[in-house]
Design a protein around this ligand. Structure first.
Ligand code: NAD
Length: 263
């Protein structure tokens, strides 16, 4: 069986959990060499590395770069190029969330979300693009969100950052349009991951309902499908965007949200 990413090298940020881990696994299964990045407890990171290594059939490089620090983003990209020989594919996926009315939104959370969810994408793209141009091939995938296209209350920083990611994606796409390089955004709705599941208990408390009711009536109510998007579904979209048949897809913000932004 031909594997669509055979021989490619990929750096996937925020890949110790959730969507990023699923993308890293899917890339490894398609023959790519993948470098992981993320924060968190060492046992969880070791388990993620072991899982991707088993799928890849080889050791998996890892960076613990804190992407809120531009110098750390640059160092991570340099490490990826040094350890894998190149970065053919960059997936900007790491992200955090904080919900609060804007009057009470902590300034520190605003700064952290803009730094991790938006500015790190800029710094990483700037660092890897010269190598992609020199080798004459590249794929950049930015994991934005349905919240990169539409808003909801209480997520000022996240929504500002994700709209910024969609704008950054379009700009980079235009700058690379004549090269065999593409830059696209994936815009998922609610995906079953720790980041999204953590939003259920506060909603249940706020509305005085059970977590099941909060999930159905306040979170998944946004999605006409009324179900979680699964991480494997998002990973398949990333595999397509980095594979051999997607060269004409450039500057797109691809929704995978059960119909959310169509409503
Ligand atoms: P997650 O919490 O499961 O994983 C987040 C990953 O980012 C982890 O690996 C974590 O270690 C890493 N990370 C967080 N802060 C970091 C930092 N400062 N430096 C380096 N790594 C850091 O979350 P997820 O749901 O898989 O989210 C992944 C991406 O998908 C995010 O950009 C998120 O905004 C986006 N997204 C998620 C959903 C959803 O419903 N889960 C929907 C739309 C978009």
């Amino acid at each position: 069986m031909t594997r669509s990413l055979e021989g490619r090298t990929a750096l996937v940020t925020g890949s110790t959990s959730g969507i990023g881990l699923a993308i890293a696994l899917a890339f490894a299964r398609q023959g790519a060499r993948v470098m992981l990045n993320g924060l968190g407890d060492p046992a969880g990171i070791a388990a993620a590395r072991a899982e991707v290594a088993a799928a890849a059939g080889s050791e998996v490089p890892f960076s613990d770069a804190d992407l809120s620090d531009p110098a750390a983003v640059r160092a991570m990209c340099a490490q990826a190029a040094a350890e894998m020989g190149s970065v053919d594919i960059l997936v900007n996926n790491a992200g955090i969330q904080h919900t609060s009315p804007i009057e009470e939104f902590p300034e520190g959370k605003w700064d952290a979300i803009l730094a991790i969810n938006l500015s790190s994408n800029f710094h990483a793209i700037k660092a890897v693009l010269p190598g992609m141009r020199a080798r004459g091939w590249g794929r950049i995938v930015n994991v934005a969100s349905a919240h990169g296209l539409v808003a909801s209350p209480f997520k000022a920083a996240y929504i500002a950052a994700k709209h910024g990611v969609v704008g950054l994606t379009k700009t980079v796409a235009l700058e690379v349009a004549r090269a065999p390089i593409t830059c696209n955004a994936i815009c998922p709705g609610f995906v079953r991951t720790p980041l999204a599941e953590r939003q259920v208990p506060p909603l249940a408390k706020e509305h005085g309902v059970s977590e099941e009711v909060a999930l159905a009536d306040y979170l998944l109510a946004k999605q006409p499908s009324r179900r979680w998007v699964e991480v494997e579904e998002v990973a398949e979209m990333a595999v397509y965007l980095c594979g051999p048949n997607s060269g004409a897809v450039n500057g797109a913000a691809l929704s995978i949200d059960g119909g959310w932004v169509a409503a």
